[in-house]
Ligand binder design. Structure first.
Ligand SMILES: [Zn+2]
Length: 284
């Protein structure tokens, strides 16, 4: 599943490719045919992400709300000579032919769980249900803290709950917990506000780096392959990480074997020495 940095990159790419242009909108596969017919020929103003939600804004304050889900893709092709015929089940196509303003561009959405034409009020309602997004300058980390500090649920579950925090997926969750030496099952209510603020600041920096590079790198300078004299990681997610999908391999910091377990249907990854089980002083 794409994490928040992917959606912010996508919003940027869509805005660069089509922002301010009248575009052809179609639904070759047919499932978005009504929405496409209403938007065809309209000006695409821009696109923005809020966590894993993407909103493509058209003239008249109309939006296409997209959520990629687990397998969705939205591929943006810029600077092409001509727009090719669609291949496969394309739910939504945005296209701009070559013209005086530049070469042709097109974008194809496939496999998304949500692709809907919505009003500004409907968009606002989706945003209101989402937690703060570390990639948005207007985000308020205090809103997430209000949920975390009141919850007995594991911090590992809270970080992935998009109503608590928007945009964090399994990779950022695993890596953030490692970097802050927190066991994934530690109850949210046992954290201190200073810990949360430090985590948030770290997440803002890590995710902004992800937007720039298109991959998730979370290891500190002393733990890069070059610094440690080790092989670079081979994984289709790319990026150098401490624990994500490193089950059974030695921790880069302490050497203990990285562990995994399932929580709410997704895998947790952690180091049992660097991230010890939390014991409440009250229980002693
Ligand atoms: Zn360790």
């Amino acid at each position: 599943m794409p994490e928040g940095h992917t959606l912010h990159r996508l919003a940027r790419d869509l805005t660069v490719a089509f922002g301010g242009s009248a575009v052809a909108i179609s639904s070759p596969q047919g499932r978005f045919a009504d929405g496409a017919a209403q938007l065809d020929g309209s000006v695409l103003e821009d696109a923005e992400a809020w966590g894993k939600q993407l909103f493509v804004r058209f003239g008249g304050d109309r939006f296409v709300h997209v959520h990629l889900g687990l397998i969705g893709t939205f591929a943006v092709h810029r600077d092409v000579d001509a727009v090719p015929d669609p291949v496969g089940a394309v739910r939504l196509r945005i296209a701009r032919p070559a013209g005086p303003t530049g070469p042709a561009a097109y974008a194809d959405l496939r496999g998304a769980i949500t692709c809907a034409l919505v009003t500004a009020a409907e968009r606002d309602a989706v945003v209101a249900r989402s937690g703060p997004d570390p990639l948005r300058p207007d985000a308020d980390p205090g809103r997430a803290w209000d949920r975390i500090r009141r919850s007995r649920k594991p911090i590992g579950a809270l970080l992935m709950d998009q109503r608590v925090l928007a945009g964090v997926g399994n990779v950022y969750r695993a890596e953030l917990l490692f970097r802050h030496r927190l066991h994934p099952l530690r109850p949210g209510s046992t954290l201190r506000v200073s810990q949360w603020q430090t985590m948030w600041d770290d997440l803002v920096e890590l995710m902004a780096d992800g937007v720039l590079t298109g991959r998730i790198d979370t290891v500190r300078p002393e733990h890069t392959p070059e610094a440690m004299g080790r092989e670079a990681r081979r994984d289709d997610h790319g990026g150098e990480v401490y624990v994500y999908r490193r089950t059974g391999q030695p921790c880069h910091v302490c050497g203990r074997t990285v562990r995994t377990a399932e929580l709410e249907g997704r895998n947790l990854f952690w180091c049992s020495r660097c991230q010890p089980v939390f014991r409440s002083r009250a229980v002693g």
